[in-house]
Design a binder for this molecule. Structure first.
Ligand SMILES: [Zn+2]
Length: 116
């Protein structure tokens, strides 16, 4: 290999690397657009699903049964957690020991600290 050939190989390699970097940036840009459209599509699917559920609740089409059941179970769990959160929010936290105390209690049931 002579120096001219070697120099040409280096130049070609540089072009190749440069090209790859540009491709990668383009690919990244496209992947971002792809992810954005995928999330739009997912949101639309979800909206379709919610609409279908609202309009067809009670008339169970066999293919949808497991999903209707999942929605029902998740809804019950969500209600339960919300009730628990509300109950917790209705309580005050003892400044001395950190226990949750009923909002109308005058003293902490765990350590006896006076609540204000
Ligand atoms: Zn306490």
């Amino acid at each position: 290999m002579d120096w001219e050939e070697f120099g040409q190989k280096i130049t070609d390699f540089g072009k190749e690397v440069g090209g790859k970097v540009k491709d990668t940036a383009d690919v990244l840009r496209l992947k971002q657009k792809l992810a954005s459209e995928e999330s739009k599509r997912k949101a639309a699917y979800r909206a379709i699903g919610e609409l279908y559920y609202q309009e067809h609740e009670g008339e169970l089409d066999e293919a949808y049964i497991p999903y209707f059941e999942q929605v029902g179970e998740a809804s019950a769990a969500i209600e339960d957690y919300q009730a628990q959160i509300n109950a917790l929010k209705g309580r005050q936290i003892c400044p001395a020991c950190g226990a949750a105390v009923e909002a109308d209690s005058a003293y902490c049931g765990k350590c006896g600290c006076k609540m204000d």
